[in-house]
Design a protein around this ligand. Structure first.
Ligand SMILES: Nc1ncnc2c1ncn2[C@@H]1O[C@H](COP(=O)(O)OP(=O)(O)OP(=O)(O)O)[C@@H](O)[C@H]1O
Ligand SMILES: O=P(O)(O)O[C@@H]1[C@H](O)[C@H](O)[C@@H](OP(=O)(O)O)[C@H](OP(=O)(O)O)[C@H]1O
Length: 317
């Protein structure tokens, strides 16, 4: 019975296609009518409300207001996986940093020490904490988030891959060692299985990212908001129709004093720049490389072969 019920549960979940690839467990609930419910956050709700009146609207899940379930309030969002069969998904966290500048102040207080983050750090690299952190068995959240940024492609490329789910439902979350564009390209080729129609045709990732790039240039919301920890969700299925969506605005805040951000410069202490466009430019460049490699593979009839000289792809442009 237990196996049967587990299979039924799994099958019902697959019908709705819902899967949570990254983020906090317990933050989401499925709802009727093609919506997902995300635990209410004032910061995120404000962003979604503004985004519904911005040029970025076609690039974010539609926001349908709030609903209360039990003790909690939820944000009603369009389910971006609705109608897809065996979707293939990738979550890329954007920007050169994932900590908010407020963390710089919080980090000075002793109460901000986190033993859970120390544990996560040690599990990945036992030599990462300092002698003092080892003694305290704790690190500040700022320290942990900065360590994650500098040991992943966030600091080098302005984005990092948080997870990929393939069409068989298998999920990979460990892309921490990716540091270079060539490695990111390899991940993109894996994610798209080198299918050129997904990479470059009319409804492809490439055209969607170029359209997003244009929309960002014209967006008042983007100019006036510091976008931290937000992701681009890449989604396609067997129909080869591919799309990219901006999600997660829980740490996206208006910049003070009517000032505006460039988004394409590195962060320095005292600034609020997030490097979002550094990440987008890297992603577009990486897709460009993936398209070149996939084209060569197709010409040579060697799709699926593992060894492609991506360093050469990088050097040859
Ligand atoms: N509107 C949506 N439609 C379909 N899937 C979604 C949607 N929003 C989020 N997801 C899924 O849930 C995951 C987590 O989303 P999100 O980043 O918004 O959560 P979070 O808990 O705020 O994350 P974090 O811990 O990084 O702040 C995504 O990777 C994606 O798989
Ligand atoms: O992905 P990892 O390495 O597991 O680390 C988590 C990730 O950086 C989340 O974005 C962050 O939540 P916020 O974006 O809300 O800060 C969370 O902080 P938290 O544990 O304080 O929720 C971290 O633990």
């Amino acid at each position: 019975w237990k196996t049967y019920l587990t299979m039924m549960h799994w099958s019902l979940q697959r019908q709705s296609s819902w899967v949570q690839l990254a983020g906090h467990q317990g933050n989401f609930q499925l709802s009727e009518g093609g919506e997902v419910l995300k635990l209410y956050s004032e910061v995120e709700e404000r962003c979604l409300d503004s985004l519904m009146r911005d040029t970025l609207r076609p690039f974010v899940p539609q926001y349908h207001g709030l609903v209360t379930r039990g003790e909690h309030c939820y944000i009603r969002l369009e389910d971006l996986l609705r109608g897809l069969r065996r979707p293939v998904i990738m979550d890329c966290k954007m920007g050169v940093r994932t900590f908010q500048v407020e963390e710089l102040i919080t980090a000075q207080s002793k109460s901000s020490m986190r033993s859970d983050m120390y544990q996560k750090m040690v599990k990945i690299d036992p030599s990462a904490p300092s002698a003092e952190e080892h003694a305290q068995k704790a690190v500040t959240k700022l320290r942990y988030l900065q360590w994650r940024d500098t040991t992943s492609s966030s600091s080098t490329l302005g984005f990092r891959i948080e997870g990929i789910m393939m069409d068989d439902g298998s999920i990979q979350r460990d892309f921490r060692n990716i540091r270079t564009l060539a490695q990111a390209t390899e991940a993109l080729l894996f994610f798209t299985r080198s299918h050129l129609d997904i990479l470059v045709s009319f409804l492809s990732y490439h055209s969607r990212l170029l359209a997003l790039s244009e929309a960002l240039k014209n967006s008042l919301f983007f100019r006036t908001h510091e976008v931290i920890g937000s992701s681009l969700l890449f989604v396609h299925d067997h129909s080869s129709k591919a799309s990219v969506w901006m999600i997660d605005f829980g740490k996206t805040t208006p910049v003070p004093n009517m000032s505006q951000l460039l988004h394409d410069v590195p962060w320095a202490e005292g600034s609020r720049e997030d490097g979002y466009l550094i990440g987008l430019t890297s992603l577009i460049a990486s897709l460009g490389q993936a398209i070149s490699v996939a084209s060569w593979q197709q010409q040579d009839g060697c799709v699926g072969e593992k060894h492609v000289d991506l360093k050469c792809a990088e050097d040859c442009g």
